[in-house]
Design a protein around this ligand. Structure first.
Ligand code: NOJ
Length: 543
């Protein structure tokens, strides 16, 4: 069964907001210290109240958890740590009953080394599944076939003494890369997608989409002239032969066909590439990913001129009919608050929720969770463990959701798999839910405005101006309604000098609630870290 039908003609994934759940850390219903599916079910009421339209759940498939689920050992089942297939069916049914769409995390680039396919593949050079993975002889001196590096540190080739060849792994050696040039692999993976689509899953976030195809000749990657030793060793080389190969687009188009055989489904590609290369993943006829994730806000320096330029570059580069999207955080990145600071967190939320394009929220950002310092002996993330002293562990952004001031922040009755932030008695859902001035109420207000207002939801984006301090833009609906956002990216006061004639209207949301309902007639004087969202008196068609 699909989620309740949207009320407009705009597809749900354009009009709605996506909320990412890292299932280990969201809510633990069975008291083993790790979040699970029943835990998610118990929080659907919260998600509906918040106003998000879809949840994307990081992998819940059977896995040895070498990379916490991104090492899949069975694509069509549920790991017992998260529950059962019955639990999942319940989740899907109950989410849909509340009008929430469900996206799974599909990990096609690599499997676990315990996946039966790989177990078979490494049995012998003559194995029927040998060619399902990327095996190669070493060089005559016994060294690996080329210089490619693993994202998680060290060589990307692992020697298999039993069969006398190397296999390629872009990530952990426990995550061998599948050979996406092999039609049998493709068919098996497409069938796995169909398994979930048949159940009624609304689509997929596709892991490392740009890694899927590798250079056929396995040529060496060139050195990166900008590498510095504080960076991960992966950055020593430019991955021009190991990622983003031209043939990947045919694979993405095939995946798109798989989901297009069903109604209203969507694929979102995880792709970290420069804008022009990223745009190619929409496909030449918008027949690629519905949305290649846009991570620009994760790494653009947090200054008005830079952010403004990034938005314009992105808007300008979008293919005709390509639908934009924006991301402020995920389970691989430092948390929003720890990047931009507490003072700018509301500015960031206002930006995310008033830009043109589907926003993706990362669990906990809506209550202002921050990166939690994890003592070295408690580090769980393989990226942190494999590259010590580079501060690359992703644990700090994966800590348990803070639901209440109760034990373990209401996340679990047992010691959680990762420590809870010590601030949980103050920073939690329960404390913020009924507090008008809280971060959570602020998010909810913006979310509901975005859901209700066609201009914010799918209207056009027009920059009004950026100064050293502030950014202003408007959103206009074809129906005539218009909004203007003005954001101060600094902690100093600033003045937004209105064009002539001035844009007039009323403040409908602001970082500081004192602004609400104020009438705007002329220049706007913002205090530090303030932002306002104004419903304009005269929409674009009436000025
Ligand atoms: C990207 C995922 O987001 C990350 O968590 C994971 O470690 C790698 N892909 C490998 O699957």
């Amino acid at each position: 069964m699909m989620a309740a039908k949207p009320t407009t003609d705009v597809p749900w994934w354009k009009s709605g907001i996506i909320y990412q759940i890292y299932p280990r850390s969201f809510c633990d219903a069975n008291g083993d210290g790790v979040g699970d599916i029943q835990g998610i079910i118990s929080k659907l009421e919260y998600l509906e109240w918040l106003g998000v339209r879809a949840i994307w759940i990081s992998p819940i498939f059977p896995s040895p958890m070498a990379d916490f689920g991104y090492d899949v050992a069975d694509y069509t089942n549920i790991d017992p740590i998260f529950g059962t297939m019955d639990d999942f069916d319940q989740l899907l049914q109950q989410a849909h009953a509340r009008g929430l769409y469900v996206l799974l995390d599909f990990v096609p680039n690599h499997t676990s080394d315990r996946h039966p396919w790989f177990v078979e593949s490494r049995r012998s050079q003559n194995s029927a599944k040998r060619n399902w993975y990327i095996w190669h002889d070493g060089k005559p001196d016994g060294s690996p076939p080329n210089n490619w590096k693993s994202v998680f540190g060290g060589d990307a080739w692992e020697w298999d003494a039993d069969t006398g060849q190397y296999y390629y792994h872009g990530f952990l050696k426990e995550q061998p890369d599948l050979n996406w040039r092999n039609p049998d692999v493709k068919e098996a993976m497409y069938n796995a997608m169909r398994f979930w689509l048949d159940k009624g899953v609304d689509g997929f976030r596709v892991d490392v989409m740009w890694h899927l195809i590798k250079d056929l000749q396995l040529r060496d990657n060139p050195p990166n002239p900008e590498y510095t030793t504080s960076q991960p060793s992966y950055n020593q080389l430019l991955p021009v032969y190991s990622t983003d190969q031209p043939e990947v687009h045919a694979v993405v188009a095939e995946m798109r066909k798989v989901v297009d055989a069903y109604d209203h489904r969507v694929i979102i590609g995880e792709i970290y590439l420069p804008i022009q290369q990223l745009m190619a993943y929409y496909g030449p006829q918008n027949d690629g990913a519905h949305m290649p994730f846009n991570f620009l806000l994760l790494n653009t320096p947090w200054f008005a001129p830079e952010i403004s330029a990034a938005i314009d570059q992105y808007e300008g580069a979008l293919p005709a009919d390509g639908w934009p999207n924006w991301v402020l955080g995920n389970h691989d990145q430092p948390r929003l608050i720890s990047r931009v600071g507490e003072h700018q967190a509301r500015i960031a939320a206002m930006l995310l929720l008033t830009l043109r394009g589907t926003p993706t929220l990362y669990y906990g950002d809506e209550i202002g969770m921050r990166d939690v310092p994890i003592p070295v002996e408690e580090i769980r993330d393989p990226q942190g463990i494999h590259m010590p002293n580079k501060d690359l562990s992703r644990d700090p952004c994966r800590t348990p959701m803070q639901w209440s001031a109760g034990p373990y922040a209401g996340f679990s009755t047992a010691t959680p798999w990762l420590r809870v932030d010590r601030n949980y008695a103050r920073i939690n859902v329960e404390a913020q839910r009924n507090s008008y001035f809280s971060m959570l109420s602020f998010y909810r207000k913006l979310i509901h405005l975005r859901n209700q207002e066609p201009a914010l939801n799918h209207g056009t984006y027009t920059p009004i101006g950026a100064t050293e301090q502030l950014l202003a833009y408007r959103r206009d609906s074809p129906l005539g309604d218009s909004f203007m956002t003005v954001l101060n990216f600094t902690s100093r006061p600033c003045r937004f000098s209105q064009p002539a004639p001035p844009l007039t209207g009323e403040v409908v949301a602001a970082t500081a609630p004192e602004w609400e309902n104020m009438s705007i007639q002329s220049d706007i004087y913002l205090a530090g870290d303030e932002g306002v969202l104004i419903r304009l008196k005269y929409g674009k068609n009436t000025t």
